[in-house]
Design a protein around this ligand. Structure first.
Ligand code: AHR
Length: 492
């Protein structure tokens, strides 16, 4: 390990704007999985529930978190979902089995509950089609139900269900993770590419202003990566706007904490690879438009051993895929956010997976309180101060060696300028477990605020008993980054 001996130099060029951040970079994800919907966002009978059954304590935390976009209703769940089950009188909705998560789904919450709630918490909806068990006819029907103003069977049905105005959903996902062998209705790239092309062509003919996300690689670890993306894009280039990619980083196969702290570098790699694949297909097609990236699932997640006690009987809303985030994982999460901002020229959409209870920044107890995990804060800071223009920012500082990622810088940073106030925000992490890193800030700039989230114990976390252990705190005006920390530096 290269012990830091000197300051870390921050080279900022405030006048050199690299790209503008699309606010949809700060999206999140609500899936019918575990307790994300039921006893997460929705819990009739909870002391804070509104008349529709949505928890207002959770809604308040979501507004504080500040996501702009919510993907719904899955995830693996969507690949057997019938959207028709989730509309109309709740008492008449069917209970179904969800084979993806092996639970039962009462359909108490569906499109007509989700969309008004989504907008009430300040987000735009991003809906996904079922391309596992269904296809073109159902996709067109779902679009017509949601978006057509009226005078047709399905748009009039929406009106009869109490929604006279169209939901006007602009952003649609063509299925979910269709390259994953675990996906219900998993397909080859050729099979999926053909079907996605037909659905996208039909939807664009209905409404050319829709934005469509085709399902790209859901893991760089799959043997089909990135050939899947090339084939799928060759089928769909003309009709889609974004290609999705997913990443869940974890310490599986990483030997120690310093290597784990560098795992976010995999996101940079994936973005470069898929952007290059998009550009290759564009050239092949003699195309004019760029395909943008939608990182529509990203997070830290220990996904191995998903069913530790074997399959449960088909119960409703069990505690599935819940994870407590440590201080170290909060820093790793921050590194992913830095990577997204750095590549915001190509990544226009990103969805933190997920929003509540399921690998989430917000946790709830059934009938009880809600609290914030450590990862809540980097996301909140990004959503608040990461809007505007990413400017040129280079960090010169010490590094440490890893077998998996080569030399890794202790400090990683990105800078965003608010176009109105001209204020700069630097988001920075310090991966060192022992050393503070004094940041040398250019003399032309003045540090007016520094928030830092750090903990002496890399395994520390927030719990219902101690919900504020991981909390950003003012760090003084020296510009020094504490060991193992997430930092926000506001410069004028
Ligand atoms: O976010 C949890 C699951 O991870 C999603 O349902 C799926 O798309 C991915 O594999």
């Amino acid at each position: 390990m290269n012990t830091p001996s000197s300051q870390v130099r921050l080279h900022l060029e405030p006048d050199q704007s690299l790209h503008t951040v699309d606010p949809r970079l700060f999206g999140s994800f609500v899936e019918h999985l575990g307790r994300c919907v039921y006893t997460g966002i929705f819990e009739p009978g909870h002391p804070t529930a509104d008349a529709a059954g949505f928890r207002q304590d959770v809604a308040e935390l979501i507004r504080e978190l500040g996501p702009t976009l919510l993907r719904y209703p899955g995830g693996n769940f969507v690949s057997t979902y019938n959207w028709e089950d989730g509309v109309g009188p709740v008492s008449e909705r069917p209970v179904r089995l969800d084979p993806a998560w092996r639970v039962s789904e009462p359909n108490t919450v569906g499109t007509n509950e989700f969309i008004p709630w989504c907008r009430a918490v300040g987000c735009e909806p991003m809906l996904a089609f079922n391309m596992g068990t269904r296809g073109l006819a159902e996709a067109l029907a779902y679009w017509e139900y949601c978006n057509h103003p009226g005078g047709t069977r399905l748009s009039d049905l929406r009106k009869a269900h109490g929604h006279p105005e169209p939901h006007n959903v602009r952003l649609w996902c063509l299925g979910n993770e269709m390259d994953g062998p675990w996906q219900m209705g998993h397909k080859t790239a050729e099979e999926y590419g053909r079907q996605a092309c037909e659905i996208a062509r039909a939807l664009k003919q209905c409404d050319p202003t829709l934005e469509l996300v085709v399902a790209g690689s859901c893991s760089a670890g799959l043997p089909t990566y990135p050939e899947w993306d090339r084939i799928v894009l060759e089928h769909t280039y003309e009709f889609v706007d974004h290609i999705s990619l997913h990443i869940y980083v974890n310490d599986h196969e990483l030997p120690d904490l310093p290597a784990y702290l560098a795992v976010g570098l995999r996101m940079d790699d994936m973005i470069r690879t898929i952007a290059a694949t998009c550009d290759y297909v564009k050239a092949l097609k003699r195309g004019k438009k760029d395909i943008h990236l939608a990182f529509d699932e990203w997070n830290v997640w220990h996904w191995k051993n998903l069913h530790p006690e074997g399959f449960l009987p088909w119960c409703h809303a069990p505690s599935q895929v819940e994870q407590t985030y440590t201080a170290a994982e909060t820093i790793i999460f921050g590194s992913l956010l830095i990577s997204l901002l750095r590549h915001a020229d190509r990544v226009r959409i990103a969805n933190l997976a997920q929003l509540v209870n399921v690998i989430a920044p917000i946790m709830t107890a059934r009938g009880g309180p809600a609290w914030k995990q450590g990862i809540f804060y980097p996301f909140q800071h990004g959503a608040k101060w990461g809007r505007g223009e990413v400017i040129s920012c280079r960090v010169d500082g010490p590094t440490y060696p890893t077998k998996e990622f080569g030399e890794v810088p202790f400090v990683d940073a990105v800078a965003v300028r608010d176009p109105e106030t001209k204020c700069l925000t630097v988001f920075a992490i310090n991966r060192s477990l022992t050393e503070s890193m004094p940041l040398a800030i250019p003399a032309s700039l003045r540090l007016c605020e520094h928030l830092t989230l750090t903990d002496g114990d890399p395994l520390a976390s927030n719990t219902p008993e101690n919900p504020n252990r991981l909390l950003p705190r003012p760090a003084g005006k020296t510009g020094s980054l504490p060991p193992l920390s997430w930092n926000v530096l506001r410069l004028e």
